[in-house]
Design a protein around this ligand. Sequence first.
Ligand SMILES: [Zn+2]
Ligand SMILES: [Zn+2]
Length: 147
Amino acid sequence: MTDRTGQCLCGAVSFKAVDMSDTFSACYCDSCQRWAGGPYMGASVKTENLEVDGSENIGIIKTTSFAERAFCKKCGSGIWWRLTFGQYVGSTSIPIGLLDDRSGLTLSDEMYSDYKDHTNERPENVGQMTSTEAEAVVATFTEGEPE
Ligand SMILES: [Zn+2]
Ligand SMILES: [Zn+2]
């Protein structure tokens, strides 16, 4: 268990998760993939241990009869997936991409693993672009005046 902090893309929502799990799950179900834009990867924290700043910027949609998903109303980042019915109520899953620091987090299980397909494979020799290389390309987008 580790205390972790994180925020959405725009920063309107930030949080502290006390005693967050040191493992995360990946889910390949249709619901998670449509929400996350790909496999959903989340780490759990007890809902009572989640301190949210900017909760007025959070929208919540009930996506199934037993769960809800929260998002930032300003930037669209997914904030949590939370069961609202059943034995695991009281736990909240946070997308690990929101975390400021993912050190020590390891993948524990994959849900809907039969939904994995060829797009989830990472072949060797796939093109690699480092952050430095990507930022050099982005810099060319902002040089000069727009036409
Ligand atoms: Zn935001
Ligand atoms: Zn799922």
